[in-house]
Write a protein that binds this ligand. Sequence first.
Ligand SMILES: *[C@@H]1O[C@H](CO)[C@@H](O)[C@H](O)[C@H]1NC(C)=O
Ligand SMILES: *[C@@H]1O[C@H](CO)[C@@H](O)[C@H](O)[C@H]1NC(C)=O
Ligand SMILES: *[C@@H]1O[C@H](CO)[C@@H](O)[C@H](O)[C@H]1NC(C)=O
Ligand SMILES: *[C@@H]1O[C@H](CO)[C@@H](O)[C@H](O)[C@H]1NC(C)=O
Ligand SMILES: CC(=O)N[C@H]1CO[C@H](CO)[C@@H](O)[C@@H]1O
Length: 380
Amino acid sequence: MKWFKLNNMLGIAAFTILQNGLAYAIGLPPPTGKYHVGVSKHTIEHYNPHDILAPNNISTAFVATIYYPTLQKPDPEPQPYLEPELAAILEAQLNHTSGFLSTVTSTLQYDAPFLKGPAGKSGFPTLLFGPGGGGPPVAGNTILISELVSHGYTVVGLDHPFEQPFLRYPNGTGVEGVDIDYTSAEVLQGIYNTRLEDTTVFLDYFPKLVRKLGAPFRTTRIGSFGYSLGGAAAVGSIYDDDRLVSGLNLDGALYGPQLILNDTRADAKKPVLFLGSELHTGEDAIHDITWGTFPLWQTAYFEKPTVNGTTHHDFCDYTFWKTIEPTDPTTGPIDGNRQVAIMNAYVKAFLDFTLLGQDSLILDGPSAEWPEVVFYDDSV
Ligand SMILES: *[C@@H]1O[C@H](CO)[C@@H](O)[C@H](O)[C@H]1NC(C)=O
Ligand SMILES: *[C@@H]1O[C@H](CO)[C@@H](O)[C@H](O)[C@H]1NC(C)=O
Ligand SMILES: *[C@@H]1O[C@H](CO)[C@@H](O)[C@H](O)[C@H]1NC(C)=O
Ligand SMILES: *[C@@H]1O[C@H](CO)[C@@H](O)[C@H](O)[C@H]1NC(C)=O
Ligand SMILES: CC(=O)N[C@H]1CO[C@H](CO)[C@@H](O)[C@@H]1O
């Protein structure tokens, strides 16, 4: 089909002829680390009587998807990576050809064996991931998550029902999202509050879950990251929680009391990285003033590099989808594979620095390798 651009340079993992002989399947960019990626999904029961989006404002559960390193080799026959119901909704939202997303595959392996190793305080480092407000859900960030897992991180993504366009519980029940009024500050703040609550509830439960699974995941010294509203919540969640040691925000405007303050109370006192689109200079209201005020007060490591040629949707898997079928006008002109490489590099560098104590020069300023990445002086 003509809308497929097959490019060997892109590191396309696999393409096969589907049953009808018409379409090709295109694999997500293969992760660069030595591990394969296992996945398991868990329902986290939690009664929330002030959920801004749930029917009668009551929700009773959310979903944790755990992506973890495994040595088991993936099935040579790649599988579509999104739930069909979710794929259909996103195709319509982004003007993709119907069925387009079922041709995009991954090598994720459900319930693959864990690595062997200690759990609790000393196991493999764990990250918490929060997706964009109203979507795409955690699964729509599989490229970055898989890259980190391939290097030994365990990533727990939290999806909230009614907020994400489609969510399936492990018991098979699917929940469709409600229409979200993105112009309402109250609604956005409500979603943000739910994210913070889910994070705390999950972290409280996590050690028990790890024991139950017999998994080698670390339950302390966790890194918190996310995209868009999930990025804001990732940073907001590190303030009063000793289990979270650093925060990383992918192109999210900030919400929440501390984050929008312009005084010393905004100091997270822990390392924080913002990686943003061109717009996010923080110089005035048009360029998201929260990216201007928050940086002034950080006493631990902080940088807010932006990537030339990107817009908001370049910070999730959409940036790769545009390389196959370029219909999404809300992505920027940067080549999607280049943007995948940039995100993988900067996110991994920050996490290796804050969780493993490894220094990386690219975190400190402009580099010859990534000239599109622009740094700012936040001392004024
Ligand atoms: C999708 O396509 C329709 C019809 O061509 C157009 O009106 C709409 O603006 C497009 N939406 C996006 C997000 O590109
Ligand atoms: C599946 O789990 C969800 C969340 O706990 C629950 O709301 C739903 O009723 C369950 N479905 C079935 C068929 O038990
Ligand atoms: C934030 O505070 C600094 C220092 O007090 C001040 O220079 C700056 O103008 C303030 N910014 C805004 C947007 O209020
Ligand atoms: C990035 O964009 C800024 C502002 O448009 C421009 O000044 C700078 O030269 C660009 N850098 C690169 C490497 O393209
Ligand atoms: C469905 C529903 O009851 N929604 C309400 C949830 O609570 C907010 C206020 O916090 C109301 O505005 C919604 O109508």
